[in-house]
Design a protein around this ligand. Structure first.
Ligand SMILES: C[S@@+](CC[C@H](N)C(=O)[O-])C[C@H]1O[C@@H](n2cnc3c(N)ncnc32)[C@H](O)[C@@H]1O
Length: 192
C-alpha cells in the first residue's frame, strides 16, 4: 500500500487522545502567518496549518524522509492547498528562508535529534524576531510504554533547559495532553 507510514502518522496525529483540536486552539494561528512544521510526518498538522493561514500564509513541511515528503506533497495537492512547500531536510540541516517563520512547530520529533542544542540554535536563523517555537514530545510515562522502552521521549525539563541554552525563553506550557508535554518558546532576545 502506498504511503503506509504517512497514513500511520496521520492516524496517530488525528487520534482524539492527542487532542489535536486543543493543540490548534492553543497555537491560535492567524491567516497570513508562516509556519515551519519540522518532522511533518504524514502532514496532518501541516495541512491543517495551511487551511488556517490561507493563501497569504505559507507552510513548510520539513522531513528527512523522501517518502513522507512525497506523501505530504500529494495530500496538499489533493486538498487544493497551494501554500504548502515540502522540504526534504538533511539530518541537522535546515534550508529555509531567513527570519520568515511566525511559528516553528515540532511534534514528536525532538527525541529524534542527535544534538538538540545545536539544532535549536539553527532555528534562530529561520524564526522572525517575534516568532515562536512550539515543542510537543512524549513524557516519560508508564514503565512499559513503547516510548519509554525505546527512548522515544524527552523530558519537558530537558527541552526547557536545552532551549534556554540555545537562546530561547519559556513563554508558556500546557498540561492538557495525557502523554506529551507541550511547551512554547520565544527568542530570549525578543522584546515581545
Ligand atoms: C514520530 S514522527 C512525528 C510526525 C508528525 N510531527 C506528527 O506529529 O504526526 C517523527 C518525524 O520526524 C521526522 N524526522 C526525524 N528526524 C528529523 C530531522 N532531523 N529533521 C526533520 N524531520 C525529522 C521523521 O521522518 C518523522 O516523520
Amino acid at each position: 500500500m502506498k504511503f503506509t507510514k504517512a497514513k500511520m502518522f496521520n492516524r496517530k496525529a488525528s487520534d482524539p487522545r492527542g487532542k489535536p483540536d486543543q493543540v490548534f486552539k492553543a497555537l491560535d494561528l492567524k491567516p497570513g502567518q508562516n509556519i515551519v512544521d519540522i518532522g511533518a510526518g504524514g502532514g496532518y498538522y501541516s495541512l491543517r496549518f495551511a487551511e488556517t493561514v490561507g493563501e497569504k500564509g505559507q507552510v513548510y513541511a520539513v522531513d528527512t524522509s523522501q517518502e513522507l515528503v512525497e506523501a505530504v506533497k500529494l495530500y496538499a495537492k489533493e486538498k487544493g492547498l497551494g501554500n504548502v512547500k515540502t522540504v526534504l531536510a538533511a539530518e541537522g540541516k535546515l534550508d529555509l528562508p531567513e527570519k520568515s517563520a511566525d511559528w516553528i512547530f515540532m511534534r514528536n520529533v525532538c527525541h529524534h535529534l542527535s544534538d538538540r542544542v545545536e539544532y535549536f540554535k539553527k532555528l534562530d536563523a529561520v524564526l522572525k524576531p517575534d516568532g515562536k517555537v512550539a515543542v510537543i514530545d512524549y513524557k516519560k510515562i508508564k514503565s512499559f510504554s513503547f516510548h519509554r522502552i525505546f527512548g522515544h521521549y524527552v523530558l519537558q525539563e530537558t527541552i526547557v533547559k536545552e532551549m534556554e541554552e540555545a537562546g530561547y525563553r519559556l513563554e508558556k506550557s500546557f498540561d492538557f495532553l495525557p502523554e506529551q508535554s507541550f511547551t512554547i518558546f520565544t527568542l530570549s532576545s525578543s522584546q515581545f
